[in-house]
Each structure stands twice: as structure tokens, then as C-alpha cells.
Design a protein around this ligand. Structure first.
Ligand code: ARG
Length: 561
């Protein structure tokens, strides 16, 4: 719609000898559909009053032979705005055109994009802090794929950090005199051991040292520790997969930081050969500061003086591997915003050393906060396990209405997903938000259940339509709904370009409010003939949009609710 209006306006500008490409935007003024505010820019360029220019444009547009087809009215408003009310004919023709297109009329993209999200740490349970990166990352993946890109998702497990040395230390002490291959333990054991040894390390310097020594040996490939490491990974990863499956979060690759270690010999010798590294107090570093920096960007340390590798090294090694295996146009990271310095360093290091010259982006997500507006904690002060959060949400929803108790388990899980994901995805990913289980479970308000309910209510009203959409628009709310449906392509295009799923979530909510309003004002059961046929077509398309967009957000529709 915007493009059509822009075309006709640009044609007009051309006729008036203005050399300018204009933009049309949706208007917030009651009764006005669109507006063009470019008379102000033209006024500066051509040294005229904006009002005069706006009038010239409007007068000229009215001479266009297509005027009636496009516009109901075009009005100049002081001091130089051009307000547009489009014709019903334009709305309907655009809608008919849109409904014929696949992929909701979106433009096609064609890049190879690696997505790095999730990033859980092996041997530690998933907690609420891991929720956002998984949900947002999966939504961005779905959106980019929908737009035609080839996406490659990699979970980038934290599988070789300090926690591994600590858990191995715990195992060795709990199972003395048993051959490593014969030691048996379960997930529960892991969940107890990590926090136990981690706090022991804080109290006891010698334990801390011993754990660090184990970690270092493990990183160097010690075959004995490797046996225990493998057992820990298998247990922990299958637990992580269970929760990700529940949330419909999926990865093409389950590589870990440990896999990056396999790239180090090749990468380090390249860096040495190209003289990319400096020795600083015995450590190998890559200088990454730039003259224009307003804050200090410290060098990227890739090997400590004792030979140990770091988080940055594994990220650089992973970029090395991704370039080699996938040769992507772009690598994007959906990781907690508090890691932004780390990503600035490794991105610069990758570019400077020519390890990778494609696009690199870090989309830094905000935190999920409790009522105190601090990162969510349990009553006892620990991080809330994701598994427990899911349980709490489920309980909250079941207790909301008596009939929820007898709900189908599969439907219930879909609703739980909708509650959690819509709560998250309605916020700009960079912002923190307060997780209020009660509020997000309600069927009213800006919630997942509200959107699902809207879809299901409308679905019940639908029947077969026997003819095409007519030329009529029947009332104001009908017109508002049709105009809203027409926004869908640009909404998805924008969400994809910006990598911001909340653009889709906000649209879904606005559309649902209008659609609810529509069927409350227009009782389908009392209607027949052409109007019923037309409403049926409109509402069917409305529901196609809701379903498709919800799926992009990782939300699926239950049979009933
Ligand atoms: N495991 C890391 C953490 O918990 C997050 C990993 C993010 N991805 C990356 N490529 N660094 O902090």
C-alpha cells in the first residue's frame, strides 16, 4: 500500500520538477490513513513555504487520472502536512493482491546466516537467564528462514569452562578408588555437585587451585579427565535438550566451546605467521582499540602466560570454523547484553586479523527481572531454574479457571509456551522486563493467551465462502481491520531487517484487538449473502496472519482453550 502511494506521489513530484523520493507513513490522526511530511524537506531544498509546496502537490495529484481509484481525499494541513484518506477500492484491490501472494507478500532475502543463541553451560542447570537468548534467537531464526535466508543455528555450549574442573573435582572425591570408566552418577548428582564445589572454591583457595588445574588439563586434552567430561556432557546435554524441545528451540549444530579447541593449532599458527598477536606480560593478545573509541577497549587476550586459552579464544576459533564450514554472509549472536564488550573485542579481532570479513552482529538481550526490577531470583535467592519456571506458569494457568484443569496436556503445553514467549517477545529484546506470571497468564491484555483466544474464537465463526471479495467495505471497523491486514508484509520485512521479533508481537496484539472489536460489532451469525461472504474472507485471512506470525514467534495454536 505505502509503495503504491509513494509511486503516485513521486510521479507528481516529477511533474512539478521536484527531484525527490518521498515517503508515506501511517498516520496517527483520527480519520486519516496515511501522511506525507516531505513538504518540509522540499521547502528547505527549494526555498519555498512548506504549505505552498504541499498545496501544489495536492492540486497536481487531483489531476491524475487515477485519483479516484487511489484516494477518497487528500488534504493539506497547516503548516504543510499532506494527509491521505485512501479509497475503499485501493484497500480492496491491495487486499486481493496480497491474498494471492505467498509468504504474506514479504520480500525475499537470500543470505547465509549463522545464528548463535542459547549458549547454555554444561553441568549447570538452565535457569531463567537462559530463557531470552533461546526464545529470541529461535524467533529470529524462524523469521530469517521465512524470508528465504539459509540459516544455520549453533547452540555454542559452554562445555569446557571452570565449572567442568569443579564438577570433575567433586566426582573424583566422591568416588575414590573407582576407575573413571566405572563411575556412575546421575543428573541429580550433577545438580548438587556444581553448586557445592563452586562455593567450596570461593571459601578454599587450594580447592580453587586444584579445580583450575583440572580445567587446564582437560583443555589440554587429558584422556582420563576426558572420560568423566564425556559422561557429564552426555547427561547434561540430554537434560538441556529436553527443555529446549519443550520450548521448540532447535539447533542445527550442537557444537561446544570444546570443538573450537580443535581449531586452535591451525588458527594460532595463522595468527603467529601473519604477526597478528603481541606478547604482553607473557600473554598473547590482539590489540583492538581504535582512535575513535570513546571508552577504553582492552586488548583481546587469546592465550594466558601459562598457556591456557580463554572465552575469547574459543569464540575466535568458532568464527574460524564457521567461516571454513559454512562461509556465511553474516554471523549473529543473541547473547546477554552484558557481554557486549567481549563481542566488540572478538569482532574487531576477527576483522583485524582477516579471520572473517563478513558481517558480525551481537544482539544483546536484556534480563528477565523480578518484581524488584533485578534479575529474577527464587525466594531463597538463587537463579530460578527454567524447569521450575515452566512448572510455575503451568500451575498458574491451570488454577486460573476450573475448566483449565481438564485440559488436554498437549494444548496446555502450547499455552504455557505462548504465555512465556509472548511475555518475552513483546518487549524490544534490548530491554529488561519484569516477569509477572499472573499478568502474562491472563486471557485479557497483551498476553499470549489473548492472541490464541482471538484466533480460536474467530476460527469458530468461519465457514466456506462461495464467491470472491466484493468491492464493498461495510463500516469503519471493517475498514480499520482491512487496513491493518495490509500492514503485514512490511511488519515482517521490518522485523527481519532489524532482527526484532517484538515488531511482529506488537502487530499481532494490535491486530487481535481490532479483530476482536470487529467480530463483536459484526455478528457473523446474523449475516448472510455477500457481506457474510466478504467477512468470511477477511477473517480467514486475519487468522492465516495470526497463525503464521505466531509460528514465527515459536507459538503454536492449541485445539481449544
Ligand atoms: N555460555 C556463555 C555464557 O553462559 C554464553 C555463550 C554465548 N555465545 C558465544 N558465542 N559466546 O555466558
Amino acid at each position: 500500500m505505502n509503495a503504491k502511494l509513494e509511486n503516485i506521489l513521486n510521479e507528481t513530484l516529477n511533474l512539478l520538477n521536484y527531484d525527490y523520493q518521498t515517503k508515506v507513513v501511517k498516520s496517527n490522526i483520527e480519520g486519516i490513513d496515511f501522511q506525507c511530511d516531505d513538504a518540509f524537506k522540499l521547502a528547505k531544498l527549494y526555498h519555498k513555504a512548506p504549505f505552498i509546496i504541499a498545496e501544489e502537490i495536492v492540486n497536481k495529484i487531483k489531476e491524475n487520472k487515477n485519483y479516484q481509484n487511489y484516494f477518497k481525499e487528500v488534504i493539506v494541513s497547516k503548516p504543510g502536512f499532506i494527509n491521505i484518506i485512501v479509497s475503499d477500492k485501493l484497500i480492496n484491490n491491495s487486499l486481493i493482491e496480497l491474498m494471492k501472494k505467498d509468504k504474506l507478500g514479504t520480500t525475499k532475502e537470500n543470505e547465509t546466516i549463522v545464528l548463535d543463541y542459547g549458549g547454555p553451560n554444561v553441568a549447570k542447570p538452565l535457569h531463567v537467564g537462559h530463557l531470552r537468548t533461546a526464545i529470541i534467537g529461535q524467533a529470529i531464526n524462524n523469521i530469517l528462514k521465512f524470508k528465504g535466508n539459509k540459516t544455520i543455528s549453533d547452540v555454542h555450549l559452554g562445555d569446557i569452562g571452570a565449572q567442568m574442573g569443579q564438577v570433575i573435582y567433586g566426582i573424583i572425591h566422591d568416588f575414590p578408588n573407582i576407575k573413571y570408566e566405572d563411575i556412575q552418577f546421575d543428573l541429580n548428582y550433577l545438580n548438587i555437585t556444581y553448586p557445592k564445589i563452586s562455593s567450596l572454591c570461593k571459601e578454599n583457595e587450594s580447592v580453587h587451585k586444584e579445580c583450575a588445574e583440572i580445567t587446564k588439563k582437560l583443555q589440554e586434552g587429558d584422556p582420563n579427565y576426558h572420560i568423566l567430561w564425556k559422561k557429564i556432557c552426555d547427561l547434561s546435554i540430554s537434560d538441556i535438550k529436553k527443555i529446549y524441545d519443550y520450548l521448540d528451540v532447535h539447533f542445527d549444530y550442537w557444537y561446544g566451546e570444546s570443538d573450537a579447541y580443535k581449531q586452535f593449532p591451525e588458527m594460532m599458527s595463522y595468527l603467529d605467521k601473519e604477526s597478528c598477536v603481541k606478547i604482553d606480560n607473557g600473554a598473547k593478545v590482539i590489540e583492538v582499540n581504535e582512535d575513535t573509541d570513546k571508552i577504553d577497549i582492552p586488548p583481546c587476550i587469546i592465550q594466558k602466560s601459562d598457556g591456557a586459552y580463554l572465552y575469547a579464544t574459543s569464540d575466535l576459533g568458532t568464527i574460524w570454523q564457521r567461516k571454513k564450514d559454512f562461509n556465511p554472509d553474516e554471523i549473529i549472536y543473541i547473547v546477554d547484553a552484558r557481554q557486549s564488550m567481549h563481542f566488540t573485542q572478538i569482532f574487531r579481532a576477527a576483522k583485524k586479523t582477516h579471520i572473517y570479513e563478513g558481517k558480525l552482529f551481537h544482539y544483546g538481550n536484556g534480563t528477565v527481572n523480578g518484581k524488584d526490577n533485578k534479575p529474577f531470583k527464587t525466594r531463597t535467592g538463587g537463579a530460578l531454574k527454567l524447569e521450575d519456571l515452566i512448572k510455575e506458569v503451568k500451575e498458574e494457568f491451570i488454577n486460573l479457571r476450573p475448566e483449565n484443569k481438564s485440559m488436554d496436556e498437549e494444548d496446555l503445553d502450547k499455552i504455557v509456551n505462548a504465555i512465556i514467549k509472548f511475555a518475552d517477545l513483546q518487549n524490544d529484546l534490548t530491554r529488561n522486563y519484569i516477569f509477572d506470571i499472573k499478568k502474562f497468564s491472563e486471557v485479557n491484555g497483551k498476553t499470549g493467551p489473548y492472541i490464541l483466544y482471538t484466533y480460536l474464537r474467530i476460527n469458530k465463526l468461519l465457514s466456506e465462502s462461495d464467491s470472491n471479495l466484493s468491492e464493498n467495505i461495510y463500516n469503519e471497523i471493517d475498514r480499520t481491520l482491512r487496513l491493518k491486514l495490509l500492514e503485514v508484509s512490511s511488519v515482517v520485512n521490518e522485523a527481519s531487517k532489524e532482527r526484532k521479533p517484538h515488531i511482529i508481537a506488537s502487530y499481532l496484539y494490535d491486530l487481535s484487538v481490532i479483530a476482536n472489536n470487529f467480530y463483536q460489532c459484526n455478528h457473523m451469525s446474523n449475516l448472510e449473502g455477500q457481506i457474510k461472504n466478504d467477512y468470511n474472507i477477511i477473517l480467514k485471512y486475519n487468522n492465516l496472519i495470526i497463525k503464521t506470525l505466531l509460528e514465527l514467534l515459536g507459538i503454536y495454536i492449541p485445539k481449544t482453550m
